[in-house]
Design a protein around this ligand. Structure first.
Ligand code: NAD
Ligand code: ZN
Length: 255
């Protein structure tokens, strides 16, 4: 048995006994659905300046900078489907081994894969809101008119500040979601962290809170993270390969 198999077995064992398991996910879990991560190999930040493209300050000054990037790559994100990693987390929740999934992602793929309790720390990329009149609209509809309208305009008031319902740089995180995530973390017995570089706070603080309160930590990530040293189980690999193996053992056999 190599180190990876041992890691899978140990993770399955911890989860099979979990009564209040909690997952925290980042962009890595959606990489295999074809949505690029921000950091790391092939990450978007090597291509775009995130401060310009995804900060509230720049957005307010010129929404078309944001929407031009969306015109180029937003269609792929909207068309993405959940992968076996998302489905494994949904299966663990259905089996009672996870109470919820806290995610930094805005792609909606956890919900699409069947996870019921999803806490979105950075909002949802599936909708836009008009900052002038407050009207909401599905993002797919805005996306469809980007080729003929830049920046896109509100269908109701004609305003030119349609903002995706995501948290941009410089915006506060939604307080109810943050509070609930920390509450669940403080009561978790197993904390499963997947596909996040764990360098963005306060999200990275969530597994710390869980560990401080006694949770056992599992990290699944393509590359090392700053938390590998305090984790009981660390598995370096692709989420879509590792998680189904972990869930199958944890759910079927009781590991
Ligand atoms: P990140 O891009 O900083 O880090 C992603 C991590 O995932 C990296 O450590 C990388 O090694 C790892 N990874 C890459 N492919 C993987 C795979 N197949 N399996 C397992 N791990 C893999 O992402 P982050 O830490 O989540 O934070 C950046 C912010 O970017 C988030 O807050 C999020 O809001 C936003 N974001 C969201 C999406 C999305 O919604 N899908 C995509 C890109 C960025
Ligand atoms: Zn409007």
């Amino acid at each position: 048995m190599d180190g990876r198999d041992a890691g899978i077995q140990n993770a399955a064992h911890l989860l099979s006994n979990a009564l209040r398991g909690l997952a925290l996910t980042g962009a890595g879990i959606s990489a295999e659905s074809g949505i690029p991560t921000f950091r790391g190999e092939g990450g978007l930040w090597r291509k775009y300046d995130p401060v310009k493209v995804a900060s509230i300050e720049y957005f307010m000054a010129d929404p078309s900078a944001y929407w031009s990037v969306s015109r180029e790559r937003g269609g792929a994100a909207l068309a993405a489907r959940p992968n076996p990693g998302h489905r494994a987390l949904a299966a663990l929740e259905a089996a009672g081994r996870l109470t919820a999934v806290v995610t930094q992602n805005t792609d909606g793929l956890h919900q699409d894969s069947g996870s019921r309790d999803v806490i979105e720390l950075h909002g949802s990329g599936r909708a836009v809101v008009c900052l002038d009149c407050g009207r909401r609209e599905p993002r797919a509809e805005v996306q469809a008119r980007l080729d003929v309208e830049m920046p896109p305009r509100c269908q109701s008031c004609g305003g030119g500040k349609l903002k995706p319902t995501v948290v941009l740089f410089g915006e506060p995180l939604p307080q109810p979601e943050i509070s609930r995530a920390f509450e669940l973390a403080r009561h978790a017995d197993v904390m499963l962290v997947v596909g996040t570089s764990l360098v963005v706070y306060p999200a990275a603080e969530i597994p710390l809170a869980a560990v401080r309160a006694g949770a056992r930590l599992i990290v699944v990530n393509a590359e090392p993270t700053p938390f590998d040293g305090i984790a009981e189980v660390v598995i370096h690999g692709r989420a879509a390969e590792i998680l189904p193996a972990v869930a199958a053992r944890a759910v079927a056999t009781g590991a």
